[in-house]
Design a protein. Structure first.
Length: 118
């Protein structure tokens, strides 16, 4: 009987994890589309899983997913999603060079490559 309970709990956790991952994939696609960046590999990876106390006092799983995006088709940057329970709490995405949030910001200075000493 105990074995059945353990196996059932593992199966439920696995099913919940798959649903949470699907939610993270959909959220990353929507965020990338809104930000004008390309989601690479069309997937997310679970980076961190923790049991946390919610504001209301209950317990929830906090999941951090990471994924890669491209701002111009030739680069790769990491993005992150933070879920608490089934709710998106926070995210991070890189900015494109033509993003209005960067208006007035001085672009970085190109540093020449360092020559190797023989």
């Amino acid at each position: 009987m105990l074995l059945f309970i353990v196996v059932s709990a593992c199966a439920l956790f696995w099913q919940y994890s798959l649903r949470a991952r699907d939610l993270a994939v959909r959220a990353s696609r929507q965020l990338c589309a809104r930000a004008g960046v390309q989601l690479l590999d069309q997937s997310v990876g679970l980076r961190r899983l923790a049991l946390v106390r919610k504001r209301g006092g209950g317990l929830a799983l906090r999941r951090q997913y990471s994924f890669e995006v491209s701002t111009n088709g030739a680069d790769r940057h990491r993005g992150s999603l933070y879920f608490e329970g089934g709710r998106l709490e926070n995210f991070s995405l890189p900015l494109r060079a033509d993003d209005p949030a960067l208006a007035g910001v001085v672009p970085p200075v190109a540093v020449p490559p360092v020559s190797r000493l023989h």
